[in-house]
Design a protein around this ligand. Structure first.
Ligand SMILES: [Zn+2]
Length: 93
């Protein structure tokens, strides 16, 4: 094998590993935008490696930062309902 061929072979291998890493990372990112959930003045984006994690993060955030809306939603649809709504808003990044 010539030196050039070895370098080409190695760089191809490295690129493949990098692409694999980013694909894995991207595959596991789920987000919920608070703005899209109706909080127009909030820039928070809930994140998680699974849909459930993103929903849990969004739920915690709503509890802490939008307690009045959280209470309203709890009264009308309950925690199960809120989770179901958040689940519909999860985006895969
Ligand atoms: Zn928010």
């Amino acid at each position: 094998m010539k030196v050039v061929e070895i370098i080409l072979y190695l760089s191809k291998k490295i690129i493949r590993v990098k692409i694999g890493f980013y694909a894995e990372y991207a595959k596991n990112m789920y987000t919920i935008s608070c703005k899209e959930a109706g909080q127009m003045d909030c820039d928070y984006v809930a994140k998680g490696k699974t849909k459930e994690e993103a929903v849990a993060d969004g739920l915690n955030h709503t509890k802490k930062e939008h307690p009045e809306d959280y209470k309203k939603m709890m009264d009308s649809v309950g925690e199960k309902g809120i989770k179901a709504e958040l689940m519909n808003m999860v985006k895969e990044e």
